[in-house]
Design a protein around this ligand. Structure first.
Ligand SMILES: [Zn+2]
Length: 409
């Protein structure tokens, strides 16, 4: 298919954190977003000590973000959270540890640069693995959170901390128990491997590609990817048959630097990777492009792709229905089957583009391979149980429809 360059007007990536590009529709000629590397601010790492009260904050771990801590009252602190660079989408990620040498509450509030709104309600953990939600009290117009750490460290994060090490561990487990084959497709800007794995029938010419975590704070999107992938690997008739007829490739963490450095949005080149799918200035997007070019050759076909993200609500961004790819009507049929199988669930579906663009992974894969592309957005606060249910049912229904398509050829 022909690649058509569509230009984006100066993209107001600051402000509201919506993933939607639909807001740019009807704004006249769309200008390209420059994706050449830009400097990012290095985060100072260490302990923020408050000796008098014997209260300590630390950002000295992978995935952390805390830029300053100021005392604003008795054992009460304002925590300053800043992005890696600007302009940037308003998804202020934070993660830190707190402890005290005397019992009693420690209270804190968050502050961000101008116009950036608080987005994530803190989750706390005693071990970095099990997390619970923290609620706030409003005092004098300030949103205050309270923890009682004592000498035990409490972890606080915008979402459950899920770093590249967690993702590696997940892949290793799948390799051991499910026989998936892991590999790396290249290196990130800072030299971290971009992990991938495959499963299914390695002789098949039919491909399904699953992508995730271009944007670091989108942990609920990662959970959806995990649920979906694990369902594809399960002993269900439809998913089993899909594994006989397809090769599935999973790229679960396209931005390992952003995740491990505690970024709000960008990679270590200071760029939103999901705007770099026409220029390919960044090593992460280039690695995916080059890997797929080598993989999908001759009469092999990339039939479908799903890119997992998080935003304020659950949304499916789809290719405009009038535009047909390799499996016409796959996505509309899929989403309507979800409605039937999950009682009371009405999928929120939004077509993304009126013209063929090339600047996000979604549109690149549709334009280049004719892949039926879907952006699978999960809400920041969607219930984990529902994420799993929807992931499982989505995988089963997609498998059923793809099997039907391959069988009918
Ligand atoms: Zn995203």
């Amino acid at each position: 298919m022909k690649l058509i360059q569509v230009m984006l007007t100066a993209l107001a990536i600051s402000g509201a954190g919506s993933e939607s590009l639909a807001q740019f529709k009807g704004q006249g000629p769309i200008q390209g977003v420059p994706t050449e590397s830009r400097p990012v601010e290095k985060q100072w790492k260490g302990i923020f000590p408050f000796e008098k009260e014997q209260v300590f904050f630390s950002n000295d771990f992978t995935g952390a973000r805390l830029n300053k801590a100021n005392e604003i009252g008795k054992r009460t602190y304002d925590l300053r959270i800043e992005p890696e660079n600007t302009p940037v989408n308003g998804s202020p990620w934070y993660a830190f540890k707190v402890w005290a040498n005397q019992d009693g509450p420690v209270r804190f509030s968050f502050s961000y640069p101008d116009k950036v709104k608080h987005r994530y309600e803190p989750k706390i953990s005693k071990d970095g693995t099990h997390w619970e939600q923290l609620t706030f009290k409003e005092e004098n117009g300030i949103r205050l959170y309270e923890v009682n750490p004592g000498k035990d460290t409490i972890w606080v994060a915008a979402q459950e901390l899920t770093t590249s090490a967690h993702v590696d561990q997940w892949i290793k487990n799948l390799e051991k128990k499910q026989g998936v084959k892991s590999f790396s497709i290249g290196k990130s800007t800072l030299g971290r491997p971009i992990q991938a794995f495959r499963f299914g029938n390695d002789q098949s010419k039919n491909y399904l590609v699953i992508l995730g975590r271009q944007h670091p704070p989108e942990v609920t999107g990662h959970k959806a990817l995990v649920a979906f992938t694990e369902a594809l690997l399960s002993e269900n008739a439809a998913t089993k048959s899909l594994r006989d007829q397809f090769q599935v490739i999973v790229l679960p963490l396209l931005n390992p630097d952003g995740v491990d450095e505690g970024f709000w949005r960008h990679n270590a080149g200071g760029i939103d990777l999901n705007r770099d799918w026409s220029a390919f200035n960044q090593p992460e997007t280039k690695a995916v492009r080059d890997f797929l070019k080598k993989e999908i050759t001759g009469d092999k076909k990339l039939l479908a792709s799903i890119d997992f993200h998080s935003t304020f609500d659950d949304i499916y961004y789809v290719v405009e229905p009038a535009r047909k790819g390799n499996v016409p009507d796959l996505v509309p049929n899929w989403l309507s089957s979800l409605k039937e199988r999950i009682p009371g669930y009405l999928p929120n579906i939004k077509p993304l583009y009126s013209e063929p663009p090339t600047y996000t992974s979604f549109s690149y894969l549709f334009e280049t391979y004719g892949a039926e592309s879907l952006v699978y957005e999960i809400g920041d606060a969607t219930d984990p149980e529902f994420i799993r249910t929807k992931g499982r049912v989505s995988a089963e229904e997609l498998a059923r429809l793809l099997n039907e398509f391959v069988g009918s050829k």
